[in-house]
Design a protein around this ligand. Structure first.
Ligand code: HEC
Length: 135
């Protein structure tokens, strides 16, 4: 009897721990996106997402990211050059194409849209990324 209870308790505890580690699809995507960001984006957009002066626009609190989600996905999918205005500052630089798969683009988008005070619970999906055409 005691053994039975112990088994049930252990199973419940294990299921809970496993459940917590799994997370929601958005949480999983954000976690993968963080690794991609730290590998490929951090050298320019920095660890705090604030970019670099007049050279690199911020992602933290970026009005561009909020107002133009499709253009932001396009920037990550194809690279970005030419004039853009982010938080009232004009940038006219060049971001090389990071060369990511659609799934990796969705992950890194979910990460930047939910970091440094940014909040966007509307998950970017692989399907959405697939639909973004070269501007
Ligand atoms: C070599 C430096 C560099 C790297 C690496 C880089 N970016 Fe950029 N990024 C830029 C520049 C410069 C711009 C603005 C380009 C322009 O002026 O048209 C930009 C623009 C953007 C924008 C749109 C503007 C904004 O601030 O909201 C997003 C979103 C973005 N980058 C995300 C990323 C992500 C995600 C990665 C990693 C996968 C990344 N960038 C890697 C330099 C870089």
């Amino acid at each position: 009897m005691k053994i039975k209870i112990a088994v049930v308790v252990a199973a419940t505890v294990l299921t809970n721990i496993w459940g917590l580690q799994e997370g929601t699809p958005l949480e999983k995507s954000i976690k993968n996106g963080k690794l991609i960001y730290e590998e490929l984006c951090i050298s320019c957009h920095m660890g705090n997402g604030k970019g670099m002066g007049s050279m690199i626009p911020p992602l933290a609190q970026s009005d561009y990211l909020k107002k133009f989600p499709n253009e932001s996905i396009a920037a990550v999918k194809f690279g970005q050059k030419g004039k853009i205005v982010v938080n009232g500052v004009e940038y006219n630089g060049m971001m090389p194409n990071p060369g990511l798969s659609n799934e990796e683009i969705a992950d890194v988008m979910n990460y930047i849209q939910n970091s440094w005070g940014n909040v966007n619970k509307k998950m970017v999906t692989v399907k959405m990324v697939e639909g973004i055409k070269k501007p």
